[in-house]
Write a protein that binds this ligand. Sequence first.
Ligand SMILES: Cc1cc2nc3c(=O)[nH]c(=O)nc-3n(C[C@H](O)[C@H](O)[C@H](O)COP(=O)(O)O)c2cc1C
Length: 230
Amino acid sequence: MVEQPDGLGVGTVAGLLREHPPMDRELPGFDPAGAPAAPGPLFVRWLLGALTAEVPDAQVGALSTVDEDGLPDARMLVLRDVDADGAGWLFAADADSPKGRQLAATPAAAWTFYWPQLGRQVRIRGTVEAAAPELSAAEFLTRSPAARAAALGGPQSAPIGSLAAYDTELTTALARLADDPSLIAPGHTVYTLRATAVEFWQGDRARRHVRLRYDRPAPDAGWGSTLLRP
Ligand SMILES: Cc1cc2nc3c(=O)[nH]c(=O)nc-3n(C[C@H](O)[C@H](O)[C@H](O)COP(=O)(O)O)c2cc1C
């Protein structure tokens, strides 16, 4: 339990953080010599390890995009599926949201996962492809009524007047869905991040971290891999 500090001057937080160093616990090992030739199967292996270790929200990572001014933007997104053979990572988002517009202008992203219980990070970089509208619509229909109602209200990240107004909007959307369960939010899109680089990072309490990066020059090329200095 961390004590609430009395003062918040410079140095207070730094002192607290030094008392709680990251990865100060037993962590699994990672032998790159046993790694597969491509990153997809290794990602699935690590993801299953995270789910087995009951890492909360193991399927959530920070997706980074580039905005119209060339500046980075990032937010957490749920991983929907992995195409292990094609090294594709799937997510779903509103094409009319800021990230959707950013991806339309610059179809490239980085997706970063961290599983603290295992001290494991995976960084995926590549190009982003939007699925055909029929596929996105089919994925939308797999969602809970609450999730579909939230998406039917309007573009994500648009300002709302108040939470009460939003609640009314949700109630209306739920009623529309009850009348017509086949409704699809217009911007709902499934995207695939097609990797050109994937780095696996295994943390170590004694700082002997292990980093293995897979690269391919283009999404249809073969993979090479390199050990990196931590
Ligand atoms: C754990 C978690 C999971 C999330 N999953 C998604 C998701 O799968 N899709 C999505 O559009 N937003 C998801 N969000 C919300 C996004 O982080 C973000 O707030 C939203 O997509 C708006 O981002 P934008 O304004 O950059 O477009 C999630 C947030 C959290 C904290």
